[in-house]
Design a binder for this molecule. Sequence first.
Ligand code: SF4
Length: 433
Amino acid sequence: MASTTGQDTPLVGRGNRDGARMFREWFDQLTEAAGAGRGGAYVFVMGSLGELLRTFDLPLVFPEINSLQTAVRHVAHEYLNQAEDYGYSPDICGYVKADVAAQLRSGALPMGRIPKPLIAVHTNACNTYIKWAEIWERMYGCPVVTIDVPGSRAAGRLTWPGDPAFEHDRRYVAAQIRELIPLLERVTGVRFDVDRLRENMKHANALSRGWQQVLALNRSRPAPFNALSDGTIFLGVANAYRGTEAGARYFADLVEEMEFKSARGIGTASAEAYRLLFVGVPCYPLFRRFTEMFGELGGNFVHSTYLWFASGGANTGYQCPLEDPIEGLAEGLLIGVRDAMDSMFFHTGPLLTMAKEFEADGVVYHPIKSCRTVSTGLADSRRALMQAADIPSLFIESDMMDRRVVSEAQLKNRIDAFFEGLASRRHQAAIGR
Ligand code: SF4
């Protein structure tokens, strides 16, 4: 079936349009809360516990998302410079510095204003989370809670519900959630309502199910969405609207759109000569241009590890049991955060599977200066991939926030050379060498 962009069909592009609108609405709500002097819950994408925090009527603030928005909107350098002048090192996570500058500006960001933290809740999925939350503790004296989620002890050695090791871990996480609840009651003055939690978890389950289906639909040829550009919009909704009816509905609609595109051979705006996988965090200072540099040469990102770890494990589609919501929430958090950590630290095996399932022609590794959690070890992981499979890969370095270390010309040179290699390889295969 011929590929078309299908721009004349109302269903096509609905996910991007609705996603952008919902994102604006979410930020408007934050601005309104800030204006009214209400505090928010500061959380992170890898294990936000949005389902629980919403039962206390807390506006959710995702500092990682706010920070990346400054880069997409080309003002990140102003925030980074301010934080560095204040004393933060150029070496540390750029998201942290943009957030510090936003706090110094009373929460002012390009999209609006964020409320101050009433409480910060985070997991140990990234070590930076722990030090980052301490900044808010120092600035505002707000309570900071770290939920310690046990990760995989080794690649591919997962345990599941019913296994004694898993049950120990789940009890450990559930005990921490039980300790968190009275603290949330104290800081918000709202009584915990287990039925509201169950309802929110139902929505989160529906959202995860939809996210998993959407990702799987990108196996189609051509892939109905670009994992870097479109995928990031979907990811924003998956995080900001987790545990809400609107989030669940959005993903049901998105499944419908992707099924529609997939059934009719409707791909992305650029032709898909090469199907690529992306490993790492996107280059937000050149967000659109980065994808274009691949698209112009026929490259389309069909999947990425980012869509796993930055969804906090929603990609697994895992359905939290609802009979005992706290135990179910602990189980979902354990599985989701563990999966997010595995997709950063142990991704070689799953990448090989992904390459096969998505019929990938190449893998693009994108280590970045200011996120060591994701970038450390990527060179070794690339070597392991190349030893295990005959699949071309590209290793390009830049940053997710700091335009001082992003060179479009250098990236373009490397990308052009990579595509020459892909073309030559295809030619050799065609002539049977
Ligand atoms: S995962 Fe990377 S970008 Fe995210 S908070 Fe940790 S260091 Fe920063």
